[in-house]
Design a protein around this ligand. Structure first.
Ligand code: 173
Length: 502
């Protein structure tokens, strides 16, 4: 069928399971045959049958999901926007309450640390966004451990050094950054805020930090690159598609657009069970219809937002694919999600530029160890086996997961990391306060670096050395952090901050 111009009235006639057309970004699609294949279930599409589904579509789907998944003959044409019926968005009582909480959120000046964004985020984000961003695998033991592990590393500060000037800028993979922190890749930015990942791009520009663009961003890759300032450094996180041609084109396009490094995710052949996210999806359905309607039952809707859009990821990815990546790009290649020294060594031997010691924010294998613990294992082993010293320019180590303070970053740097990735705190920051939230989060980290480096007696990144930390308990999984009655009794979290009157 040749694309044509279609009126809103004509689209509106196709509003049933028998013939279902929807509009996304001004284009009309016939999704009748796709209804039962939709990973998110048919019910949500049928809600928009004959109507404009863009607002619902945008936060959940990568921009090209619809064009890639529907055969070309189902792309019917464009629609005249003036003839399209507006869908009345029903505002539930819960949503009204949420909007009120959002309007009453404390001013940014009351936010003192990265934890505060999480507290506010939980109050003001939509339930769906909170469930998706905050969820982690199974019992969320690894998620909590990621943060707790930093509590098992202590400082050995040096004194009587002139710390009038301290400088925490450094280089990541040869690229300048004003702190040893990068904004790591997280999917579905528009769930939290209408500008999605662009909030991160803009704040990263202001603070001179590097953003890792996710494969599954809500904004398109080009939009994110176009939003960057001239000279702003961006990396790309890659989920490898079963169709390698798609991946090749994406990688080469990214390189052409100036992306400086490629982080291949290797810890997610299948997405972990994030039960908060799953429960959310389930509760959104009418239980009676789920059991009555056998057709709906054919779609496994039970795995939440992430699983729904991840079916393209290649489960067969293997070490033997590495030369192929090396053949299609000159960008430095880094494996994201390495969890033991054996795989770090293999990555080094195969000529990769580094590894991210990560368990995917606790969202994949529960009881995987924290990045900081893996770092303590990897550094001496690579020294022993290959004579490497860290930090190392040729083979760089990164960690992510659980980082909330500049002290966490400093610990990782002392133990041999080049830099550390931070994910969720920035999501909570923009979901609650937009770009100003991310700006504030980065400013907080800068302020924490300045003070903590002074107190540690390190004037620059090179002076943050292994002798400044004591990590001998890092592998102890029995002794967790003792609960601190004094702290718990006296510390007032932002939760108790008054909501402003409007
Ligand atoms: O952790 C995630 O949620 C994630 O990486 C992902 C993967 C595929 C689709 C959406 C998110």
């Amino acid at each position: 069928m040749t694309p044509r111009h279609i009126s809103g009235q004509e689209v509106a006639e196709h509003n049933s399971r028998e013939s279902c057309w929807i509009i996304v970004h001004g284009r009309v699609y016939d999704v009748t045959d796709f209804l039962d294949e939709h990973p998110g279930g048919s019910k949500i599409i049928l809600k928009y049958a004959g109507k404009d589904a863009t607002a619902e579509y945008d936060p959940i789907h990568p921009p090209d999901a619809i064009t890639k998944n529907l055969p070309p003959e189902k792309h019917l044409g464009s629609v005249d926007p003036d003839t399209v019926l507006r869908v009345e968005v029903e505002i539930t009582d819960e949503e009204r309450d949420r909007q009120l909480r959002m309007a009453q959120r404390p001013p940014l000046s009351e936010i003192l640390n990265l934890h505060d964004f999480e507290t506010i985020g939980k109050l003001v984000m939509s339930e769906k966004a909170w469930a998706y961003y905050s969820s982690a695998a199974d019992d969320e033991i690894t998620h909590r451990e990621n943060h707790a592990a930093y509590h098992r590393v202590w400082f050995r500060p040096r004194i009587l050094r002139d710390v009038t000037h301290v400088d925490w800028s450094t280089k990541i993979l040869g690229q300048p950054t004003r702190m040893p922190v990068y904004i790591t890749a997280t999917a579905l930015g528009k769930l939290g805020h209408k500008d999605g990942e662009l909030n991160l791009t803009r704040a990263a520009a202001k603070h001179g930090v590097i953003q890792m663009i996710p494969t599954l961003a809500s904004c398109s890759f080009d939009e994110i690159v176009d939003t960057a300032q001239p000279g702003q450094v961006q990396f790309l996180q890659l989920y490898v598609n079963r169709d390698r041609e798609i991946t090749r084109k994406f990688v080469q396009h990214a390189e052409k657009r100036g992306v400086k490094a490629l982080f291949i995710t290797v810890d997610a052949p299948q997405l972990g069970r994030r039960e908060k996210d799953m429960r959310m999806k389930f509760e959104a359905e009418d239980p009676a219809e789920v059991t009555d309607n056998k057709q709906q039952d054919r779609v496994d809707r039970s795995h939440g937002a992430a699983r729904a859009i991840s079916s393209f990821i290649d489960t067969s990815l293997d070490w033997k694919d590495i030369p192929w990546f090396q053949s299609i790009t000159k960008m430095p290649l880094i494996l994201k999600g390495v969890q033991c020294w054996e795989d770090a060594l293999e990555a080094y031997d195969r000529g990769l530029a580094g590894v991210v010691l990560s368990n995917h924010g606790g969202r994949q294998l529960d009881f995987a160890r924290s990045g900081i613990e893996i770092l303590v294992e990897v550094v001496p082993k690579l020294g022993e086996k290959r004579g490497l010293k860290f930090p190392n320019e040729k083979f760089q180590l990164f960690v992510d997961g659980g980082v909330r303070r500049a002290t966490d970053v400093i610990k990782a740097v002392a133990l041999g990391a080049t830099a550390v990735g931070v994910g969720r705190p920035f999501l909570y920051a923009f979901s609650s306060y937009g770009v100003e939230g991310v700006d504030k989060a980065l400013q907080i980290l800068h302020d924490e670096f300045e003070m903590n480096m002074r107190l540690l007696g390190a004037r620059n990144i090179k002076e943050i050395v292994p002798a400044m930390v004591e990590a001998s308990s890092i592998h102890s999984h029995i002794v967790s952090v003792p609960s601190d009655r004094l702290y718990e009794a006296n510390y007032e979290s932002i939760q108790s901050a008054r909501l402003r009157e409007i």
